[in-house]
Design a protein around this ligand. Sequence first.
Ligand SMILES: [Zn+2]
Length: 319
Amino acid sequence: MKKGYTIGIDLGGTNTKLALVDDKGRIVTRRLISTGEYPAKEAFIEAISGCVKEILAARGIKAVRGIGIGTPGLVDSRKGIVYSLTNIPGWDRVFLKKLLERSTRLPVFVDNDVNLMALGELKFGAGIGVKNLICLTLGTGVGGGIIIDGRLYRGTTLSAGEIGHISINENGPRCNCGGRGCLERYVGNRYIVALATRKIRRGKKTIVTKLVNNDLSRITPFVLSTAARRGDELAISIWQEMGKHLGVALSGVVNLLNPEVIVIGGGVANAGKVLFDALRKTVRERAMEIPVKAVKIVRGKLGQDAGIIGAVALVKLKT
Ligand SMILES: [Zn+2]
């Protein structure tokens, strides 16, 4: 085991973040690669490799524990094979671990990005010292990572954690996954925006229209968070509704898994108190008495860096 530094990589559809991280989980150096600039995966892997070498050379570092890399989509974490990448075409059955090890000569560990966020929060964030933790990320999609007895739970086919596809309405709208009334169909970014747009078109008074210069196509969850913080009733009611939807799904999660902490991360968590109040209230009202008393629902501590820090936590576990 090499003490000292680790490279953490968060591979995203738009940008890929790389960082050199010390043993306490502090980021020493960071770099950004535009994922879209490399449609060929070979060139992309070479770009990552070049960037790693450049970071190490700039710091005069000769040895690191290894490279941890989180990717969206389906990953075989044991073999380091990426089967598909959400929003990035052309990545089917990529032997990412093998290819990156060959070009960097460093040990490489690959896992799903939400699993890694859960691991990052467990080791360096909101879940330090906790054994049973659920991590939820809210954005375009709704992802989940499950830690049981201090270890990631991956499931039989490595597909556990799809909290976004728990149904909260048996007769609800069809979802891409084939289900109906999935949580993601209500609290995914574009559905939040669609709900706000519908309410505004129906004539609800709101400062949102002013915030987007009357161009409703510019509404984002961020705009709605800003409006809610300024006391806008429409925006507040939307976040309360989102909190309730999340609370319904999470009540089931609390009853099923009896976690100590549920960490909520991702952009939508920025809605803050109004969302969290509604969410906690719903869980308190619906989940069973004993498990609900034990659970804390908190915001993630690692923010935008959760993926990178989680990738580093993975390497530390494996080396
Ligand atoms: Zn679904």
